[in-house]
Design a protein around this ligand. Structure first.
Ligand code: ADP
Ligand code: ZN
Ligand code: ZN
Length: 748
């Protein structure tokens, strides 16, 4: 008997091992096995296939051990993994690495959490013996008190003892030596008890589900109806229209049909508020899964999902799509436009939205994509009938969408009327809001203090030694940081070029915005939300809950604040500089800019009154700016989709980027040219490049990029074969032995 095994290695395909006769009854598809690899290594792999076909050309080794009695990878899950590996041209081993918590990949990686408990020694578990015990302690006051306390808290004096942890006893004011003395005397004994790490959400409360308004009900009905005909439905609903309330109704309905639900969110910033909202209704039927959870917690969720009583609703970020599901009935992809659904690095570079749709299809389940600003791809699919479309254009309780005022900062700069990055009107409106006890949000999509420092005299700018980018000043930490590789540098006191000691900052990051705002509004209670202030889960949650509760009233942040946070009293939102988003060298720049500005604006005026957005830009006449002001999604869609068609971009063409990386720039240059010519033999003019990307060196590796623009009719299985072959041929050349080549399919 042979088994094919997936190994956690960046290698293509599966590896075949033989099964010793003694183990034949124990191997199962989806179970883990320990296998030898290479000369001396062992790995934990997962069986993907059992067969009787000896592989050709090499002698198989035996598996060493079967780890699991029952599979930890379910059939449909394996199918999804295989789809991801295929479609995104990524080794199955990489999918395995991304999907499985480390605790399940290492031989002794996962340790159950235990607590030290304390109990009455067996020989004293009768009344007579207890009297003896109490007598023994007549002269040991502290021990006697502790012992009596133990008897009463644990319920021995009532005749119905329950488990007690040692900490619970110590918390009564007894010292550790006292308790230890009782153990030493043989009256009490300690033992380890296994406890779960999972939060117990309490009983579900379906009665907390809010009744839908008539327009929401109508949308809900349309969604249900659409599911009869289509597998995927787009719910295009403006911010604050109550999409989440509709999701909750749909989830409840799926649960009543004994189905599981996967609710995907792009980032954990969102999960805090969403978690509260869902937990109030679904209690302990809800499980939460994302990367900020500890590995051990993730192991426990994984195991629970394999058990007899899995969570029925999983709320999670991207990787939750890789969890085991037993009877999935509904997938919700909230904020479907979010680019963080796509994994960038490392492989597998998969899009969780696409993977979720595939997963749902494999289960015969339905997918609902929800957003106020659909991605062009999704909207196109909805318009062409591939997906159903349901629209919701009213905010809940008829609250108006915010008024967007455009401020021409180029003009104001000319007239010397800007205070740093702030226009007078923005400062006025923020001041008024704060005076009225309302809140304001300022959005600047750049973290750190300043993106660049430069020598005042000669213009020298410090760059990263490992990457082709300038360094960001973080003043609070007093260091320069590379945002590409994370390397930090001391802030120079003088220019190494000309010796000048005057180094000035250029541009604004959130940290500098915060510093200036603190000077302008000394009374304001200010918080900043960006990658630097939210390294821990607690920090995130605190910033959000402080702002939600009004303990802070002015929030400064990067795109993190543009996510579906729902705050009641935000009356003013300032977009400090639209141009950085518009000038980004990427064909999606305008799409992202529109989405970002619309989403940030959506934070304004949620309850009670119409909000105000101050949009600062140097290009106020751009059609895109007008579309943001008028909340004109259709206008935006029409102009961009025409461009996409004309210039052969998605959704009309499929893109594959091929990256080449090597320490030597000249080698990667030659390799790029050679790879391009190999690819052109098959793909002809569909191949563009090689080009140097905007950041042409990262982590000491020089980069070249090839672009493949593939018409939709092309057979992807053949495309993949050609690409893999070209890659193989390149790597056979000795010069290129340390060259890295990889593909990014449907890049964002
Ligand atoms: P969206 O997800 O579309 O941005 P939400 O579901 O967050 O909108 O709704 C915005 C706000 O309005 C939330 O505070 C939500 O609780 C409230 N809301 C929406 N619909 C209802 C409803 N039917 N009953 C009570 N409150 C609602
Ligand atoms: Zn200088
Ligand atoms: Zn760097």
């Amino acid at each position: 008997m042979f088994v094919d095994v997936i190994l956690p290695l960046p290698l293509d395909g599966v590896f075949t091992y033989s099964v010793p006769t003694s183990e034949e009854g124990r191997v199962k598809v989806g179970a883990r096995v320990v296998v030898p690899f290479g000369r001396s290594k062992t790995y934990i792999g997962i069986i993907s296939n059992i067969h009787h076909q000896p592989p050709e050309g090499y002698q198989t080794k035996d598996i060493l051990q079967v780890v699991d009695f029952s599979p930890i990878l379910l059939d449909t899950q394996l199918k999804l993994w295989q789809w991801i590996a295929d479609y995104y041209m990524s080794p199955l081993g990489e999918v395995y690495k991304a999907a499985l918590p480390s605790g399940l990949k290492a031989e002794d990686g996962y340790k159950p959490k235990t607590e030290l408990c304390i109990r009455l020694a067996a020989s004293f578990q009768n009344e007579q013996a207890l009297h003896v015990a109490l007598n023994m302690l007549q002269r040991a006051d502290k021990q006697l008190k502790a012992f009596v306390d133990y008897l009463s808290i644990s319920g021995w004096d009532q005749g119905s003892p329950s488990e007690l942890t040692r900490d619970e006893l110590l918390n009564q004011g007894h010292s550790l030596p006292t308790v230890n003395a009782l153990v030493k005397r043989g009256l009490l004994e300690t033992y380890e008890k296994e406890i779960g790490r999972l939060n117990h959400g309490g009983e579900p409360h379906p009665e907390h589900i809010k009744p839908l308004s008539p327009v929401q009900q109508d949308a809900f009905n349309q969604i249900q109806f659409s599911f009869l005909k289509k597998n995927v439905t787009l719910l295009h609903g403006v911010t604050s229209s109550g999409k989440t309330e509709i999701y909750i109704h749909l989830i409840q309905q799926a649960l009543e049909q004994k189905k599981q639900v996967l609710y995907l969110l792009p980032e954990i910033a969102l999960t805090v508020q969403m978690m509260d909202r869902l937990r109030r209704v679904f209690g302990n039927r809800l499980g939460i899964y994302h990367s900020k959870y500890s590995d051990a917690e993730r192991v426990e969720i994984w195991q629970k999902q394999l058990s007899q009583n899995p969570y029925e609703v999983i709320l999670g970020a991207r990787s939750a799509v890789l969890l085991p599901f037993q009877h999935l009935g509904l997938v919700i992809v909230d904020e479907e436009h979010e680019t963080s659904y796509k994994q960038q690095d490392p492989a597998p570079r998969y899009h969780a939205r696409s993977a979720a749709i595939m997963l749902a299809q494999m289960f015969g389940a339905k997918t609902l994509l929800g957003t106020a600003t659909p991605s062009l791809e999704t909207y196109h699919n909805a318009r062409t009938g591939k997906y159903a479309l349901v629209e919701l254009f009213q905010r809940y309780q008829g609250i108006e969408l915010p008024e967007v005022q455009v401020v021409d900062i180029k003009d104001l700069q000319h007239r010397k009327m800007m205070s740093g990055p702030f226009s007078p009107i923005l400062l006025n409106k923020v001041r008024e809001a704060l005076e009225r006890g309302e809140q304001a949000i300022l959005f600047q999509n750049r973290r750190g203090y300043a993106p660049v420092i430069e020598c005042k005299q000669c213009g020298w700018v410090p760059h990263c030694q490992h990457c082709d980018v300038s360094l960001t000043l973080h003043r609070h930490l007093n260091q320069l940081t590379c945002h590409y590789c994370g390397y930090t540098y001391q802030v120079p006191t003088e220019c190494p070029n000309c010796g000048c000691t005057q180094l000035q900052t250029r541009g604004y990051g959130t940290e500098k915005i915060e510093a200036e705002v603190r000077e302008i509004f000394p009374e304001a209670r200010i918080a900043r939300m960006d990658l630097d202030t939210t390294r821990s889960r607690q920090a995130y949650e605190r910033i959000i809950s402080d702002f939600a509760a009004g303990r802070t009233n002015l929030l400064i942040g990067t795109q993190m604040i543009s996510k579906g946070l729902d705050f009641d009293k935000v009356s003013v939102v300032g977009i400090l500089n639209a141009d950085t988003m518009l000038n980004y060298p990427d064909f999606r720049a305008y799409e992202h800019a529109f989405t970002m500005m619309s989403q940030v604006s959506g934070r304004a005026g949620r309850k009670g009154k119409r909000g105000l957005v101050i949009l600062q830009t140097k290009s106020p006449d751009l059609p895109l700016i007008r579309q943001v002001v008028q909340n004109d999604y259709m206008g935006f869609y029409r102009s961009l989709i025409a461009e996409r068609q004309q210039f052969h971009y998605p959704p009309y063409y499929r893109l594959v980027y091929v990256y080449l990386k090597h320490r030597s720039d000249s080698l990667v240059e030659t390799a790029g040219i050679e790879m391009a010519s190999r690819l052109r033999q098959w793909f002809g003019a569909r191949v563009l490049g090689p080009d140097k990307p905007a950041v042409a060196k990262v982590k000491s590796l020089a980069i070249r990029k090839l672009i493949l623009k593939l018409e939709m009719g092309l057979k992807m299985s053949e495309v993949r074969q050609y690409l893999a072959l070209a890659q193989q041929q390149m790597l056979q050349d000795k010069r290129y032995s340390s060259l890295q080549i990889y593909c990014d399919v449907d890049p964002l």
